[in-house]
Each structure stands twice: as structure tokens, then as C-alpha cells.
Design a protein around this ligand. Structure first.
Ligand SMILES: [Zn+2]
Ligand SMILES: [Zn+2]
Ligand SMILES: [Zn+2]
Ligand SMILES: [Zn+2]
Ligand SMILES: [Zn+2]
Ligand SMILES: [Zn+2]
Ligand SMILES: [Zn+2]
Ligand SMILES: [Zn+2]
Length: 218
């Protein structure tokens, strides 16, 4: 008599069809601001930023999300990693502070208490610089010009807020910060001066710094 093989262990690796363009996850979120259901925070922001009435445009506050809807059993419930009804893990990575879920743990997500949000790249590769007010790669420790809240600024090229940007940011020798892509664009246009302090960037050394964990998929 043949022994039946035990069912394979439940793993979120099996099925990658859940989620949206931004994240693999097994839940949707109810936006506390407009009480509507979205796949993720970025889906919400994309939808609401294109509303015709500017007064309706808004961004979700991730820390205020209270309710999620399990994609497997459709049960709306309070934020938690495991569905209270069907027991599925709604995200391999889960942060109860950011109310953030992501099945792709290869990004090395971690929550920085000082930043107050989740970042990617592995906790061991980053440190939080209290003065700059953000997480920098460890080889910048004692090795960068500290500027008060340097990351809590807008990119001087595209004017996006850098602190929780989903694009990679860099810190330049002068201590000023901007998006990596915006920096490269500037170089292509032969602009070799920091747009903030006009210091020449000729022998600039710059570093990858940080990403909000709620980044775009590559
Ligand atoms: Zn909303
Ligand atoms: Zn999304
Ligand atoms: Zn469920
Ligand atoms: Zn977090
Ligand atoms: Zn941090
Ligand atoms: Zn610093
Ligand atoms: Zn930029
Ligand atoms: Zn500068």
C-alpha cells in the first residue's frame, strides 16, 4: 500500500499572482482617509493624485491604516500578519508600525525606529544618522558631511520629498542630497555644480543612501 505524500508546506513562494504592480501580498488595505479599498499605499496615491478635483487629491498616511482585506477569503479585519479567518500569512514581511506587507523578502526590508518607516537593503548595511535624519549605508558612518535633516528636503531637481521617496537618493560631498537619477541627468547636461550650494561636483564622491521600503518593483 502506498503512503500518501504529505501536503507540501504552505509557502507564499508558490503563488506569485497576488498583489499589485508594486508588491506581492495577500491583502488589500482600506484607506482610512477616503474609506476605499486599494491594493497598496502607492496604488492609493496613484489613484488619488489623478483625481480631477484638486481638493480630492491626497496621500495616505501609512501609520493610520487600520483595516485590511484578506485576498484569499475576503475577510476584512484589523491589521495583522496572519488572516484571522483563513490563517494565511498576508505578507512574508510585515511591519505592524507601517502596516506594511510584502512577500518579496529578498529586498531586505527593515523598520528603522528613528525614521519611523520601513526601508530596504538589509538592517546590517545601514545606520541611522541622527543629524541627517535618515538611514545611510554603513560606509558613510563618520565619513560624510552631516547636515541637519539633510534627507528631509526636496530633491533640487525634481522637487520630490526625499525622506520617503521610493527612488534611490544620494548624498554628495557637500552633504546635500538628491535622487540618483536626477544627479545622473544633471551630469548628462554637463552641470557639475551642486544645485543647492554651487560647489563643484568634479571630484564628487557620492553614495547610495536609502530607499523607502515601499518602493517600486524593479
Ligand atoms: Zn485616501
Ligand atoms: Zn500597488
Ligand atoms: Zn483569509
Ligand atoms: Zn515599518
Ligand atoms: Zn533611519
Ligand atoms: Zn549625517
Ligand atoms: Zn529628483
Ligand atoms: Zn551642495
Amino acid at each position: 500500500m502506498e503512503v500518501e505524500a504529505p501536503p507540501p508546506p504552505q509557502s507564499n513562494e508558490d503563488n506569485q499572482n497576488f498583489g499589485c504592480a508594486h508588491y506581492k501580498r495577500r491583502c488589500k488595505i482600506r484607506a482610512p482617509c477616503c474609506n476605499q479599498v486599494f491594493s497598496c499605499r502607492l496604488c492609493h496615491n496613484e489613484a488619488t493624485s489623478s483625481l480631477s478635483d484638486p481638493k480630492d487629491r491626497h496621500e495616505i498616511v501609512r501609520h493610520d491604516i487600520k483595516q485590511v482585506i484578506c485576498l484569499l477569503c475576503d475577510t476584512e479585519q484589523e491589521v495583522a500578519q496572519v488572516c484571522s479567518n483563513c490563517g494565511v500569512k498576508m505578507g512574508e514581511y510585515f511591519c505592524a508600525i507601517c502596516n506594511f506587507y510584502d512577500d518579496d523578502i529578498s529586498k531586505g526590508q527593515f523598520h528603522c525606529d528613528d525614521c519611523g518607516i520601513c526601508r530596504v537593503g538589509g538592517r546590517d548595511n545601514y545606520f541611522h544618522c541622527k543629524k541627517c535624519g535618515a538611514c545611510y549605508v554603513v560606509n558613510l558612518r563618520d565619513n560624510h558631511l552631516c547636515l541637519e535633516n539633510s534627507m528631509k528636503n526636496y530633491c533640487p531637481v525634481c522637487y520630490e520629498y526625499l525622506f520617503d521617496s521610493v527612488e534611490v537618493s544620494i548624498v554628495m560631498k557637500c552633504g546635500h542630497t538628491m535622487h540618483d537619477t536626477c544627479f545622473l541627468k544633471m551630469m548628462q547636461q554637463n552641470q557639475y555644480r551642486c544645485p543647492i550650494c554651487s560647489k563643484t561636483l568634479r571630484d564628487i564622491s557620492y553614495q547610495w543612501t536609502m530607499l523607502d521600503a515601499e518602493e517600486h518593483c524593479a
